[in-house]
Design a protein around this ligand. Structure first.
Ligand code: 2NL
Length: 360
């Protein structure tokens, strides 16, 4: 009795040679479809005499099963090949820079604040914020600024209108520094404290290098056993990280603030050869921030026991350090909202500062 060997070989050869899933489906229909050849063989069994039907039936069913198995294996193989080809064609380079979705830019002030937050974040600082309108106590008195101090005068500070005949100290002020936020933080939480306070500040001053509204970042560290060495280490690291110069010279120069004792001005190395200013090694120094150990009276004014806790504080102007880092020559251009200026000096939205980009 014929073993269906030639049929088997022919179907398996066709299946093996099928170039794609469509071709494979055509073979399946030709063999096993309603009018397929193998289906025809199965239908033909009924007309055979019973003694032949049994063995012939088994052989045809075996053929059918072998074709089905071969079709299944070929389908898997072709699907896997199709996927491999898609993966090869649609490979994405995850190291490519992302295309910015928008034409907008991050303002250099925002960028600089974000960089400072990244740098101080690595050192364990968090960000604190507070109101722009302050009481005399938070802006002056708590900071050991005496009643006759020039900073308190009308000429230098924006005072809000008070009730007719009210004492001058009763009037609210636009904060002249971000220190009130540190005062509020010391009142509200127990040390250890490690915060930076970026934000808007206001002084009655307007010329080429002063704006009535400008930005400051101040920092405050309060803990047991904090000393001048911590202040120096922290601020040297800040200067080197911010300007991205590992060996940037940093110098501490004695100074005076009512709220710190001792106080120190911080200078960084620079050269002024050929008219231009270059930050880094050089013969000259550039003042960059003010700092000091928090005055014991200031600690006591905030309910912190100076016998138990010490700390350091510092403050700097954001516009100034942004101008130095990014070569922006004129302070006034920061607030003009000139889109050409922003396109030139601004930053792409997805180019966020980290310790690897922008803020080292
Ligand atoms: C500067 C100098 C400084 C502070 C700010 C501060 C705050 C508290 C207590 C003590 Cl609550 N000190 N802040 C200390 C030293 C200097 O800023 O030139 N800023 C632009």
């Amino acid at each position: 009795m014929e073993s269906l060997q030639s049929e088997r070989e022919e179907w398996l050869r066709q299946i093996e040679a099928a170039a794609g899933l469509d071709a494979l489906e055509q073979i399946r229909v030709a063999a096993l479809g309603r009018n397929g050849q193998v289906t025809g063989l199965l239908k033909g069994l009924g007309s055979l005499p019973p003694e032949e039907r049994k063995s012939r039936g088994a052989a045809v069913n075996r053929l059918k099963e072998e074709i089905e198995a071969a079709l299944g294996a070929a389908k898997d193989r072709l699907e896997r090949a199709a996927l491999d080809q898609r993966l090869a064609q649609e490979r994405i380079d995850v190291t490519l820079p992302v295309k910015a979705e928008s034409d907008g830019r991050i303002h250099p002030i925002s960028q600089t604040i974000d960089e400072l937050i990244a740098i101080f974040g690595e050192m364990g600082f968090t960000v604190a914020e507070g109101p722009h309108i302050e009481d005399d106590f938070y802006n002056f008195t708590a900071l050991n600024i005496p009643p006759e101090h020039p900073a308190r005068q009308e000429q230098d500070t924006f005072y809000l209108m008070g009730p007719e005949g009210s004492r001058p100290e009763a009037r609210k002020v636009l904060r002249t520094h971000t220190s009130p936020v540190q005062i509020r933080t010391m009142q509200a939480q127990k040390p250890p404290i490690r915060i930076i306070v970026p934000g808007r500040t206001f002084r009655s001053d307007h010329d080429a290098t002063h704006s009535p509204m400008f930005h400051q970042v101040e920092g405050l560290v309060i803990d047991k056993h904090i000393h001048m060495g911590h202040l120096k280490g922290c601020l040297i690291e800040l200067c080197r990280a911010f300007f991205d110069i590992d060996d940037l010279p940093v110098r501490f120069r004695p100074s005076y603030f009512p709220f710190t004792e001792p106080s120190a001005e911080v200078d960084i190395g620079c050269s002024r050869e050929g008219g231009g200013l270059k930050i880094g090694a050089g013969a000259d120094w550039l003042e960059i921030l003010g700092s000091g150990m928090v005055h014991p009276k200031v600690l006591a004014n905030c309910g912190v026991d100076p016998a138990e806790y010490q700390g350091f504080a510092f403050g700097m102007g954001i516009e100034r350090i942004a101008m130095l880092k990014y070569g922006i020559p004129d302070l006034r251009t920061f607030y003009e909202s000139d889109l050409r200026w922003l396109r030139h000096y601004g930053f792409a939205a997805l180019d966020q500062p980290s310790l690897i980009t922008g803020a080292r």
